[in-house]
Design a binder for this molecule. Structure first.
Ligand code: FES
Length: 145
């Protein structure tokens, strides 16, 4: 049995330790905001926070989160980024957006007033097939102000 904190709540799972965290979050705890894109830690759609840092849950095994704190997009309800995303009308298909917001949240946590280049650098590992990058950047700038 593996125990960890999920969105502030102590949880336990019987999943095998080498099960990707993504599937435990989605299938066992029914938190569907975290998405499967590539499955090989390339696209960022599955980004969650583990002890406050952004990680790819498709490639992070649930056994590695024992005793740690996992945060998913569902816990960022009413986050300034969420409002900024709405105001800038960021999503097109929307599929990658929860991962984008989770990635952006770690930037603002570490650097509340990032430069444009800071944003580009921090977000460069999260892909958006609709090419919403300009709106993503604007939303992060809006949330930072
Ligand atoms: Fe995890 Fe693409 S699904 S990085």
């Amino acid at each position: 049995m593996i125990e960890f904190t999920l969105n502030g709540r102590q949880v336990r799972t019987e999943a095998e330790a080498d099960t990707p965290l993504l599937w435990v979050i989605r299938d066992e705890f029914d938190l569907k905001g975290t998405k499967y894109g590539c499955g090989v830690a390339m696209c960022g759609a599955c980004t969650v926070h583990i002890d406050g840092n952004a990680y790819r849950s498709c490639s992070y095994m649930v056994g590695q989160v024992a005793g740690k704190s996992v945060t998913t997009i569902e816990a960022l309800d009413n986050h300034p980024l969420q409002q900024a995303w709405i105001e800038e009308q960021v999503p097109q298909c929307g599929y990658c957006q929860s991962g984008q917001i989770m990635q952006a949240a770690t930037l603002l946590e570490a650097n509340p007033n990032p430069s444009e280049q800071d944003i580009v650098n921090h977000m460069s590992t999260n892909y958006c097939r609709c090419m919403a990058y300009v709106r993503i950047k604007k939303a992060i700038q809006r949330a930072a102000t």
